[in-house]
Design a protein around this ligand. Structure first.
Ligand SMILES: [Zn+2]
Length: 297
């Protein structure tokens, strides 16, 4: 297999631990290999038609729209699933074939057989109140690449503790793990424009948009751009796809992502992007070849 300078783990080290589905009230535990089938089987109804799955190749644009007014509060919604295929043009470039991730486990009845070697990336959005968003401790939790602690002990990964002890010092010193505390949040309360007279800041909504994949051998990055219909307003951010480049998932359930994974828009920004329409355009570009700029996320 060709040398890949962006790879930071070996495939045999990647955990197959199931994690709790991040969506809405779904309480299923989902293994990384079953993520694509789970989303297809249980969460397709939110985006009817064929727009739920999007093939996404290296540095190519994927476009979708969503209506912020239809988002329920405090529930994570999946706007769609990107199926990352690496560089376009060669079947041998698909991530599972190159050993970046494991193949998706897809029953023959799923109709998704051709997508087995793509890397699934969820496009997630969560509407929350300003206070919920502001008070939540998103970045100060330790960012060690360690197995999640489950209530049910039988779900723990056998042998994982030995691996953790052996690798912990290296993980602590890895650049990816010291960045989150240094990176300023994409939004701070001081950036918020003054609320209209009579408008309580506690009632303002915040929209957190992020992408989340499965643990794999290298980090994927995503450029997210939200813009209006006539391209007069927009917000853009370069972020890391959560859980990629990790042995163990960093988001194991329904918690909000770290700032390095997400773009946050205030209600005022969303209103500007919607204009007289009810939809925000969202462009996503995935890349596994994105070099992390020095001093950035
Ligand atoms: Zn689910």
């Amino acid at each position: 297999m060709a040398f890949n300078p962006f790879k930071i783990h070996e495939l045999e080290d990647i955990s197959h631990l199931p994690i709790r589905c991040p969506l809405e009230n779904c309480m299923d535990m989902v293994a990384p290999m079953d993520l694509l089938f789970h989303l297809k089987a249980h969460h397709r109804l939110h985006t009817p038609g064929d727009t739920y799955l999007h093939l996404a190749f290296e540095a190519e644009r994927c476009l979708l729209t969503f209506d912020p007014s239809q988002l329920p509060s405090r529930k994570t919604i999946c706007l769609g699933v990107l199926l990352f295929g690496g560089q376009r043009g060669s079947v041998g470039q698909l991530p599972a074939i190159r050993g970046i991730c494991c193949s998706n486990r897809l029953p023959p009845i799923s109709g998704l057989d051709a997508l087995g070697d793509f890397l699934p990336v969820m496009i997630l959005v969560r509407k929350s109140s300003f206070l919920e968003w502001f008070l939540l401790d998103r970045n100060t939790k330790p960012d060690l690449d360690v197995p999640p602690k489950w209530e049910h002990h039988e779900l723990s990964d056998p042998g994982s503790q030995d691996w953790v002890k052996k690798e912990e010092s290296e993980i602590n010193n890895h650049p990816e793990n010291v960045e989150s505390s240094q990176f300023p949040p994409s939004f701070s309360p001081e950036d918020q424009e003054p609320a209209e007279e009579g408008e309580d800041i506690r009632d303002l909504a915040m929209y957190t948009i992020w992408t989340q994949g499965v643990p794999c051998t290298l980090p994927l990055h995503v450029t997210m751009t939200a813009f209006d219909r006539i391209l007069s307003e927009g917000r853009s951010a370069l972020r890391r796809v959560a859980n990629t480049g990790r042995v163990y998932p960093e988001i194991c359930g329904k918690e909000l992502p770290k700032d390095r994974n997400s773009m946050t828009l205030s209600q005022r920004e969303i209103d500007k992007l919607c204009g007289t329409q009810h939809h925000v355009q969202l462009e996503l570009i995935l890349s596994e070849r994105c070099q992390k700029p020095t001093g950035c996320f």
